[in-house]
Design a protein around this ligand. Structure first.
Ligand code: DCT
Ligand code: MG
Length: 512
């Protein structure tokens, strides 16, 4: 809104008590000058709006006829949050943080009290911040008429999740469906969770989800349960389910995926002691390392730990290739304060792929006794292959899944004293950290960076969007235009977004 403040025209000295700026016409004397109320006509109708306007003015409230910059409070009746946001979008309001968005009940309560009353319990949008995430300015597809896009790559999703109680519940259900190999239901809950993570307000009544994509019957049912009872019986049932609990426990071990977890469960194993003591199990090297460092790996990696790991990785990489670019990717690049691992993307400017570098780095750590586990996978990339059709496909980069020994003094450097060694037993002064290192050719760096920054749901939707909306194929290596039959090169993430006709989303806006 670029409307000029009407109050700016009024010389301060001459301003009398109760004087109205233009646009707030009234024959009544206003008593409460700090607040300027705008009543939304949508769903309320002209007659009721005129009635309420007149009544409120008679009681000394300032009611604006138009939504100008002087308005402080917007009241609405029977509109869902989405409807209000849509209305604000149509009226080109970009910054909603300047207004209080309230239910009309607040205005009637004020009139009853004969003065403005506390508005907290009448707030329609529990959070008050910018509506900008909703704007898809560049997008001209029919989708842009929907306030919330069905694609996560068109939603700016930060880490401010106002709906954690619902998204946590959905994640549990999604995991349960994944375990039971019901891919459809699993995806449905993941998509719904992703939409709710994006909402700039907390859901407080069932009509708050009206107009949102991916809100199927099952999803609605869970939301209603949580709204009514504070929790969902379906989620509680999953949490109490023996198979789900074993699955959660077993897959929390590095190297254990669904199949192994299922096998262990079928064998009657229920906890990690059972696994460790069972003589018949042929554990992989990865699983052995996972069990050995279980306690360290299960405790999340903090940002401080990720930063010291980053220094450690850079130190070693630069020893062998001073011009290499080492980028922290994954959740930490998206601004997360903790993660289950630390992801790095390495690339060396120049056209020649440097396959030796990762080996040199690994050997160096081995000699220093810093490598607790590693699995180095050579690149399987073939230029002739098109970008993958599969949305979740792994890429073909040379990579290394490792567990590194991170010395605690590296994390605490300068902030605290080193631990005092006990006379009886040696204090463990390090923590095992899961690290993923990926090496990409320089010309694919932007694609690799985009792919390894995540989130997973963001990546899925980005590829789905490319396929269905643009007839393009995107993976971690390249972007292919199926109509023009050409590869579209890019040297930055911004260029990839531009090729796809998408507004650029910063890494911290990709927490879908
Ligand atoms: N990724 C992906 N598809 C996969 C696996 C990974 O698109 N099947 C991308 C998304 C994120 C990035 O790679 C790193 O993966 P993770 O470390 O598993 O995710 P994260 O977002 O970093 O989460 P965490 O904080 O738990 O490490
Ligand atoms: Mg990660």
């Amino acid at each position: 809104m670029n409307m000029i403040r009407t109050t700016d025209f009024i010389p301060k000295k001459k301003k009398k008590k109760g004087m109205q700026p233009p646009g707030i016409q009234s024959n009544y004397e206003t008593q409460f000058n700090d607040i300027v109320i705008f009543i939304m006509e949508r769903k309320m109708g002209v007659t009721r709006r005129t009635f309420l306007t007149d009544l409120a003015r008679r009681k000394g409230f300032r009611i604006a006829n138009e939504l100008s910059d002087s308005v402080t409070h917007i009241v609405a009746e029977n509109n869902s949050c989405i409807e209000i946001l849509k209305w604000l979008q149509i009226h080109k309001v970009e910054d909603i943080s300047r207004y209080r968005l309230l239910d009309v009940a607040w205005l009637t309560a004020c009139m009853e009290a004969g003065r403005p009353i506390d508005s907290a319990k009448y707030q329609l949008l529990v959070s008050r911040h910018s509506v900008a995430p909703f704007m898809h300015t560049k997008d001209t597809s029919p989708l842009s008429t929907d306030i919330v896009s069905q694609y996560a790559c068109q939603r700016r999703t930060t880490l401010n999740n106002y709906n954690k109680k619902y998204t946590d519940a959905f994640e549990i259900l999604a995991e349960n469906y994944e375990m039971r190999e019901n891919a459809g239901a699993c995806l449905a809950f993941r998509r719904a969770a992703s939409v709710l993570k994006f909402l700039p307000f907390a859901i407080v009544r069932s009509n708050d989800i009206e107009g949102l994509p991916w809100m199927g019957e099952q999803v609605k049912g869970i939301i209603e349960d949580i709204l009514e009872e504070g929790q969902s019986p379906k989620v509680e049932a999953v949490l109490n389910n023996e198979k789900y609990r074993s699955f959660k426990l077993f897959t929390s071990v590095f190297g254990v995926a669904l199949k192994t977890s299922e096998k262990w469960f079928m064998m009657g194993l229920r906890n990690l002691e059972d696994v460790k003591l069972n003589q018949n199990l042929q554990l992989t090297r990865m699983q052995k390392a996972g069990l050995q460092h279980y306690e360290d790996l299960i405790s999340y990696v903090s940002k401080a730990e990720a930063d010291s790991t980053s220094l450690m990785v850079k130190d070693t990489v630069w020893k062998f290739s001073p011009s290499a670019l080492v980028t922290l990717t994954g959740g930490f690049r998206r601004g997360k304060k903790m993660g289950h691992d630390v992801d790095f993307l390495i690339t060396v400017p120049g056209s020649r792929p440097n396959e030796e570098l990762l080996h040199l780095v690994i050997d160096c750590w081995k000699k220093q006794g810093l490598l607790l586990y590693y699995d180095l996978i050579e690149s399987t990339f073939e230029k002739s292959k098109l970008p993958s059709q599969r949305v979740d496909a792994l890429d073909h980069f040379q990579k290394c899944f490792a567990i590194l020994k991170l010395h605690k003094e590296r994390v605490n450097q300068g902030t605290s004293l080193p631990p005092v060694a006990s006379t009886v037993e040696e204090i463990k002064d390090w923590k095992a950290i899961r690290v993923d290192l990926v090496v990409s050719p320089f010309e694919q760096h932007a694609f690799a960076l985009l792919g390894w920054t995540g989130s997973r749901q963001f990546e899925r939707d980005l590829r789905r969007y490319a396929t269905h909306e643009k007839k393009m194929m995107l993976d971690n290596h390249a972007l292919y235009d199926k109509t023009k039959k050409i590869f579209l090169s890019a040297s930055s993430e911004e260029e990839i977004f531009a090729h796809l006709g998408l507004d650029y989303l910063e890494p911290w806006e990709r927490n879908a």
